[in-house]
Design a binder for this molecule. Structure first.
Ligand code: C2G
Length: 131
């Protein structure tokens, strides 16, 4: 069984996220998503609209996602890859090259981001509509 892992905040879940999760799952048999905790988002200087528990609840409902674990620091990836017997690490290519240190542990693939959608875009456009 080829195990895949990916990381992210996945706030205000949109079709760009789904496109990433779908492609990541299609590269293996089992997909783990490490979702950023609210505390880690603060470190990433991100404020999610939905809490960790709600973002986890939503991700677990997605057919492409087999397991959801917390991401609470920048340094857990090597441990996660070993601990979960991961074969493939996948991220959107806005992270291109940033996680190449994992290549000694597993395959690393950066997938093209989906153009035209992002959580930031959603928030910005809602601000305009409501002002
Ligand atoms: N993504 C995408 N296309 C978009 C938006 C997002 O492919 N239009 C991808 C991102 O590249 C990322 C994943 O969806 O692989 C989750 O995006 P975010 O929730 O923004 O994740 P991020 O804040 O980049 O967190 O340790 C890694 C970090 O936790 C990544």
């Amino acid at each position: 069984m080829k195990k895949v892992i990916t990381y992210g905040t996945f706030d205000l879940l949109h079709w760009g996220h789904i496109n990433l999760l779908k492609r990541a799952k299609n590269l293996g048999d089992y997909l783990i998503v490490a979702i950023s905790t609210d505390e880690f988002n603060a470190i990433k200087d991100k404020k999610a609209y939905h809490s960790y528990e709600h973002r986890k609840f939503i991700l677990e409902a997605i057919q492409y996602v087999d397991e959801v674990i917390p991401e609470d620091n920048w340094d857990q990836k090597v441990h996660d890859v070993k601990n979960h017997n991961i074969d493939l690490f996948v991220m959107g290519d806005d992270w291109e090259g940033k996680f190449d240190f994992l290549k000694k542990e597993c395959e690393v693939v950066y997938l093209p981001r989906t153009e035209g959608i992002s959580t930031t875009k959603i928030k910005e456009e809602l601000m305009l509509v409501n002002n």
